[in-house]
Design a protein around this ligand. Structure first.
Ligand SMILES: Cc1cc2nc3c(=O)[nH]c(=O)nc-3n(C[C@H](O)[C@H](O)[C@H](O)COP(=O)(O)O)c2cc1C
Length: 370
């Protein structure tokens, strides 16, 4: 049996104090009628903490900006009622002994592929594109950019005021920040565009700097990045470590404390011509900041294969590889998505080696908040 003991050690980073190295990955659930996080959602999150993970990174939540999200069942992280619901969920999570990390989200020009017919205010994006020649959103003016940055800063302050342990900015998967990062979706010729990723990264860096100025030096800021996009699985922002450095170093300098490196399979090399390190390993090497790895931990199929078909079977086959990379110092935390969505007690079972008791993940799991 594989020992997961190395992961059962505390982790501290500014305001974030974790009992072990496992966190729940952010997963949109669309169970927030009228944009208000429901008690059922809060209970669902609390059960994951009771099942042993150290922190919940919530589903993407809407910042206070019209058209930040494209479905009306995404929780709002603004307004009296919306914030009260999150404050209550945060208190529940703290009582259960875990940490609460809301993921602040702005979709840019992306319609919600789960709910394409949901009503929403007009969308906005860097250049009116969400993929190569795929239109989405109106082109943002410099005033729009300033207002969006301010909305992220407000969201982070609200998180800090209600006692959350950290905040995550969703910079991955083809949404707003990523639309600035990606050449296919950023054709701007102002301060926020350009041939170099360091230029296209300025919007995110300015936003992180504004968040940092608003929350002060001691509140933990996590930033999520990915190479892959919902519109193109094989897209790349950084083709080599030098480009990755020009992408993540300015974000680190602007105030990111932890990078959450989203990959579909954690064991895959980010730059196969270099070595076997994944995106979290390389980002930690470049920035010297802690990183979170994620991607098919405990399952036999990746996220995208699941969207297309069937059921992912639980497996602990890749756990020894997870331990090997962790002990090598490639990353500090492990985010678990679908395996934990399917089973709140996943971690307890995994630690006990009870593979036969693990529950499979299928689309049916999306229908309830078990
Ligand atoms: C149903 C579902 C919803 C998701 N929603 C989000 C989201 O709101 N924000 C985000 O950054 N990633 C989201 N993801 C991606 C997950 O955070 C995670 O990176 C991905 O599922 C891979 O981890 P896994 O293989 O452990 O599931 C979602 C994934 C799933 C399956």
């Amino acid at each position: 049996m594989i020992s997961l003991d190395p992961f059962f050690t505390p982790f501290d980073c500014k305001s974030l104090h974790l009992a072990n190295r496992f966190v729940m990955a952010p997963m949109s659930r669309y169970f927030a009628p009228g944009g208000i996080l429901s008690q059922e959602s809060a209970d669902y999150y609390r059960r994951r903490i009771e099942g042993g993970v150290a922190a919940v990174i919530t589903e993407g939540v809407s910042v206070d900006r019209p058209g930040a999200v494209a479905a009306d069942t995404v929780p709002s992280f603004y307004g009296e009622e919306g914030l009260a619901a999150f404050a209550s969920a945060t208190a529940d999570i703290h009582r259960a002994g875990g940490a609460m990390i809301p993921q602040l989200w702005h979709v840019g020009g992306c319609e919600d592929f789960n709910f394409p017919d949901s009503p929403h205010p007009p969308l906005e994006s860097p250049s009116g594109l969400v993929g190569p020649d795929i239109p989405g959103g109106r082109v943002m003016t410099s005033t729009d950019i300033d207002e969006v940055i301010a909305s992220f800063a407000r969201g982070a302050v609200e998180a800090q005021l209600m006692g959350c342990d950290a905040v995550e900015l969703h910079g991955a998967h083809g949404y707003l920040f990523d639309q600035f990062f990606w050449t296919a979706t950023n054709k701007r010729d102002d301060r926020y565009g350009g041939d170099d990723i360091a230029q296209r990264g300025r919007f995110a860096a300015d936003c992180v700097a504004a968040v940092r100025a608003a929350v002060g030096p001691d509140f933990t800021i996590i930033f999520r990045i990915s190479q892959w996009k919902t519109y193109q699985y094989d897209a790349k922002i950084a083709n080599n470590p030098a480009e990755l450095e020009r992408w993540v170093a300015p974000l680190s300098e602007a105030g990111v404390d932890i990078f959450h490196c989203s990959e579909r399979r954690f064991w895959e090399s980010a730059f196969p011509e270099e070595d076997d390190r994944n995106l979290a390993g390389w980002t930690k090497h470049i920035t010297a900041k802690p990183t979170i790895t994620v991607g098919s931990v405990g399952l036999d199929r990746d996220l995208m294969e699941d969207f297309v078909a069937g059921e992912s079977v639980p497996t602990l086959k890749s756990m020894d590889e997870l331990v090997r990379r962790f002990e090598r110092g490639d990353f500090d935390l492990v985010a678990v998505g679908r395996a934990l969505l399917a089973d709140p007690n996943w971690l307890q079972k995994v630690r006990a080696g009870a593979v036969d008791q693990l529950l499979p993940y299928s689309k049916a799991c999306m229908e309830t908040l078990y």
